[in-house]
Design a protein around this ligand. Structure first.
Ligand code: NAD
Ligand code: DAU
Length: 369
């Protein structure tokens, strides 16, 4: 049971990439001061091995459930006095959304609507107001703002601000934009105590190797080609995942109810630059006698057909979160990419497990009896 002095968190999607890093961040920072429930459906993207060092804690519970399942979500609120909800659960990969959009609408839109309504029912008092010091944080993306042009010579570059109109292009970003609007509607209609954070591309440990950075690390180590979409000059704005986790925690504690905050660290890179940096970092970190060194080469870079509707450039203006909340990233890209490559080199088993599909047996082994 929870201790009355502990603040109780419900984290959705905590077995995924950012969610599991956030859970590590929170236990490192708050230790026994918090009680944390992780609700996750364990889709292909959910991996409980990300949390194998956490699961024996007395102040941690894992619940396998779908955010679209009203009964399962409401049950948690009947069992626990939840103070904070941090909503990561989503289908997150743009390429998958192009192939199969419907599951994105189901989870990201319907799932968010179901979840937020259960939270409203649990937190709303008879007079319509909400319990004091309770907060729902919806984790969203910079992709809702659409695409920016490359800056022209002599012109100031454009950035995404909280006031930038939404203009999503992929089924993924359209579903995230819709979920943001559901949350905004709850704020406007019921004065529901929510915040939205729109963050740029994350990188770090435990990222599924379908995403650019872990895919390049994994393919390069095994001598497989490195697919570059289009001309390789699309720009993404990269943030170390622990800085995102810190931002979410700070918005929960210091954000104004109802406000949106963009999170990003002004680190724009072309995809091709990212790929070359990873190859250079691998060669810097791999010992001379490591067999995998021979596989790592710029010759693996292979230009392939572009992603449909590929957004050209993302770039976050983090001015508001910096001035109102005092958030700034701690890890620069040069350090973050080294930490990330090092983590993948040291966690070959994790990668093997994920690429073979074995990680999906872990839940059955650990939890089903
Ligand atoms: P991820 O795909 O690694 O993890 C998603 C998690 O959600 C998985 O554990 C999965 O099992 C779970 N999940 C999926 N459908 C579910 C459902 N119906 N019910 C319960 N759980 C479900 O994603 P991620 O990269 O960690 O992203 C987390 C959140 O952050 C997403 O909302 C995403 O839109 C947002 N975001 C991601 C990035 C990024 O760079 N990865 C950047 C900004 C915002
Ligand atoms: O901007 C935030 C978003 O970042 C999040 O909302 C998404 O959940 C997250 O997946 C990420 O989306 P991207 O589409 O930017 O990430 P991805 O790693 O898939 O691709 C990064 C860039 O690299 C993009 O321009 C496409 C390109 N790419 C990707 C892959 C997988 C390639 O050139 N080759 C590849 O094989």
């Amino acid at each position: 049971m929870t201790d009355s002095r502990q603040r109780v968190y419900l984290v959705t999607g905590g077995a995924g990439f950012i969610g599991s890093n956030f859970i590590h961040y929170m236990f490192n920072k708050y230790d026994d001061e918090i009680f944390l429930i992780n609700l996750d459906k364990l889709t292909y993207a959910g991996n409980l091995k990300n949390l194998s060092d956490i699961e024996k804690r007395d102040n941690y519970r894992f619940v396998r459930a779908d955010i679209c399942d009203r009964e399962a979500v409401s049950k948690i609120f009947k069992e626990y006095d939840v103070d904070r909800v941090v909503h990561f659960a989503a289908e997150s990969h743009v390429d998958r959304s192009i192939k199969d959009p419907e599951v994105f609408v189901r989870t990201n839109v319907l799932g968010t609507a179901t979840l937020i309504n259960c939270v409203k029912e649990a937190w709303q008092k008879e007079d319509g107001s909400f319990l004091e010091d309770h907060r729902f944080l919806h984790v969203s993306t910079d992709e809702v703002y659409g695409s920016l042009d490359e800056p022209k010579e002599g012109q100031e570059p454009d950035y995404f601000y909280e006031t930038t109109p939404y203009d999503p292009h992929s089924p993924y970003s359209a579903s995230k934009a819709s979920s943001d609007f559901i949350v905004k509607a709850y704020v406007d209609t019921y004065s529901f105590p929510a915040n939205i954070t729109n963050c740029s591309n994350n990188y770090g440990a435990y990222q599924f190797p379908e995403k650019l950075i872990p895919l390049v690390i994994h393919n390069a180590l095994s001598g497989k080609s490195l697919p570059v979409y289009g001309d390789g000059k699309n720009v993404r704005d990269w943030l170390y995942v622990m800085d995102h986790a810190k931002g979410i925690d700070m918005v929960l504690e210091k954000g104004k109810p109802g406000e949106t905050y963009n999170i990003g660290g002004h680190n724009e890179r072309q995809n091709i630059q990212i790929i070359k940096t990873i190859l250079d970092t691998l060669l810097e970190l791999l010992p001379e006698d490591d067999d995998r060194r021979g596989n790592v080469s710029y010759d693996l870079i292979t230009y392939v057909t572009d992603r449909l509707g590929h957004d050209r450039r993302y770039a976050i203006a983090p001015d508001k979160i910096k001035s109102e909340i005092g958030w700034e990233p701690d890890t620069c890209f040069e350090d973050g990419i080294k930490l990330t490559v090092k983590w993948y080199l040291e966690n070959e088993e994790w990668v093997k497990d994920v690429t073979s599909g074995d990680y999906q047996k872990y839940y059955e082994e650990m939890y089903e009896n």
